[in-house]
Write a new protein. Structure first.
Length: 96
């Protein structure tokens, strides 16, 4: 019985880290790839079906956010990855 509880605790910690990283990508970094929108819809539906109260609340919050901001999830142009910051400065390996 102790080994089952240990495995459950480890799995819960790993899942919590994953949830935090997903939410940071969505709200903090504002990552907006189209595949991320699809993945978030699937995760939100799974969260709605998970144990109350945290899962359903998290699922509803993310679904509302996705509905309001669905137009932001578009294909990124290659220019976005060219090494330029938002203010036009060069970053990373592209410095000169």
């Amino acid at each position: 019985m102790g080994m089952v509880l240990y495995a459950t605790a480890v799995g819960s910690v790993v899942a919590l880290v994953g949830i935090i990283l997903i939410l940071v990508a969505l709200f903090g970094v504002r990552y907006r790839a189209p595949w991320f929108l699809t993945a978030l819809w699937v995760l939100s539906i799974l969260w709605l079906r998970s144990s109350p109260p945290i899962g359903p609340i998290l699922g509803i919050v993310v679904i509302v956010y996705l509905v309001i901001h669905r137009s932001e999830f578009t294909e990124q142009s290659p220019a976005c990855d060219s090494g330029k910051a938002a203010d036009g400065r060069l970053t990373g390996a592209h410095q000169g």
